[in-house]
Write a protein that binds this ligand. Structure first.
Ligand code: FE2
Ligand code: FE2
Length: 448
């Protein structure tokens, strides 16, 4: 008894038809190759054949025996099913993309650009909406205090903690100073968070293991909350740096439909609403290009007591302090360079102006990413300013090259060999460095 033949599946039937079409197309290509000679010297014939090719590509695009998912007029598909050889496409259209454009299958160059830009602006609009709801309400909340022009003011400025990369000893000294000075204001001058996972620089050893939640919890509970508790009567200003901008854009852009969840709201993540911090951001959240985002940081600044500017800064150039003082025409301070320093500018108009770069609160380990295989020029520091609004005099901390800089100047110490989380060993080494001040009160483990 003859074995009963298994019926073919629809897919097998379709594949057979497709292969048959491919064989016929191959024969047609061979036959049409001779047309090349006809159009080489006759432009009218060339146009005629161009139209035939266009019609042929449209046929391939909507080919009835298509065994693949979706329509395609790709180069590969045309090589299989096209009735004209590829060399004729090159002769008459230049390349396959132009061939597709002539057939109306691919967008014109300008249209693609417009579509890309529209998509980008749509994403930007989400970021703008997020910022309007969760950041802008915290603008100017301490304006009444920061505009005060009576009495001498003391302001502590810290910057560049870079989240969990903060140096534990630097943090301890900074808390001590804030506790002792009881300043009129505290300014967190940008880059208080790091977020290596959402940035371009992710080569810091161990950085890949830092979770966003861990870092946010750390910054909130180990930096902002103790600071708030140590000087509850001071005004508290948080100036946005490039790393803060990075996180806002990431949160708003990644899942805009989830952005109002408590766990994604910027104000709730750091509880700046409960702790009473003012946010400073002077740029435009609509920033599709990197250049726009850098400009945003340049536009982010705040004047305290009518004579002192705080800004994170956007330049890491050697003359960053000089250019900032020229830009603002006022005494001020910035971070971002991670190099503490002081620049003065004598003026005939009034008192001498000064610009202070606060250095960083982060440990040397944070520098490994940016300056691999070279000794880090970055140094820890922060500053206490005395401001007399009446005479518009700003007394910056002493020159950091001398002992007494209100912060830490310990370039002599080697960079940390291990990543974040190696506090124990580091602390032992650093406690050997004597600070020019009497007995330091011990810091309680948990500040209430
Ligand atoms: Fe920084
Ligand atoms: Fe920065």
């Amino acid at each position: 008894m003859a074995k009963k033949k298994k019926p073919k599946t629809d897919r097998q039937i379709l594949m057979e038809k497709f292969e048959k079409d491919c064989q016929e197309a191959s024969k047609a290509r061979k036959a049409n190759r001779k047309l090349r000679e006809a159009y080489k010297s006759d432009s009218e014939k060339a146009e005629n054949i161009r139209q035939k090719l266009i019609a042929d590509l449209k046929r391939v695009w909507k080919h009835p025996h298509n065994p693949f998912r979706g329509f395609s007029a790709s180069r590969d598909r045309y090589r299989q099913l096209g009735h004209f050889p590829e060399v004729m496409v090159t002769d008459l259209f230049g390349n396959h993309q132009e061939f597709q454009r002539a057939a109306g299958i691919r967008d014109a160059r300008g249209t693609t650009k417009v579509k890309n830009l529209t998509a980008k602006l749509h994403a930007e609009a989400e970021i703008l909406k997020y910022a309007k709801e969760y950041i802008e309400p915290y603008y100017g909340v301490w304006d009444r205090r920061t505009r005060a022009t009576t009495g001498v003011k003391t302001v502590v400025v810290i910057s560049d903690a870079h989240g969990k990369f903060i140096d534990p000893f630097a943090k301890e000294v900074m808390f001590d100073v804030v506790r002792m000075v009881q300043p009129d204001g505290v300014v967190a001058n940008g880059d208080m968070v790091d977020f290596p996972k959402v940035g371009r620089f992710t080569e810091i050893p161990g950085a890949g293991n830092l979770s966003l939640q861990d870092e946010l919890d750390f910054v909130r509970e180990e930096i902002f909350r103790p600071l708030t508790n140590l000087c509850p009567d001071a005004y508290r200003i948080y100036v946005m740096g490039n790393h803060e901008q990075r996180l806002v854009r990431y949160l708003a852009d990644t899942a805009p439909e989830l952005a109002d969840l408590r766990c994604l709201r910027w104000d709730r993540l750091l509880e700046i609403d409960e702790m009473g911090w003012e946010l400073v951001f002077g740029g435009n959240w609509l920033a599709p290009r990197q250049g726009d985002r850098t400009r945003n940081i340049r536009r982010t600044w705040k004047v305290l007591h009518d004579c002192f500017v705080v800004t994170h800064g956007a330049s890491i150039a050697k003359n960053a302090m000089e250019s900032e003082i020229q830009r603002y025409g006022m005494s001020g301070t910035s971070g971002h360079t991670h190099r503490p320093g002081l620049w003065t500018l004598p003026t005939l108009a009034g008192k001498h102006l000064s610009w202070t770069s606060t250095g960083m609160l982060a440990s040397f380990a944070v520098g490994k990413d940016y300056m691999a295989k070279s000794p880090s020029a970055w140094t820890m520091g922060f500053a206490v300013f005395t401001i007399d609004p009446k005479t518009k005099t700003v007394t910056p901390p002493p020159d950091p090259h001398r002992r007494g800089f209100c912060g830490i100047w310990r370039q002599d110490l080697p960079a940390l060999e291990s990543g974040p989380g190696s506090e124990g060993q580091t602390m032992v080494k650093r406690r050997k460095i004597r600070l020019d001040r009497p007995e330091r009160p011990s810091i309680p483990q948990k500040l209430s």
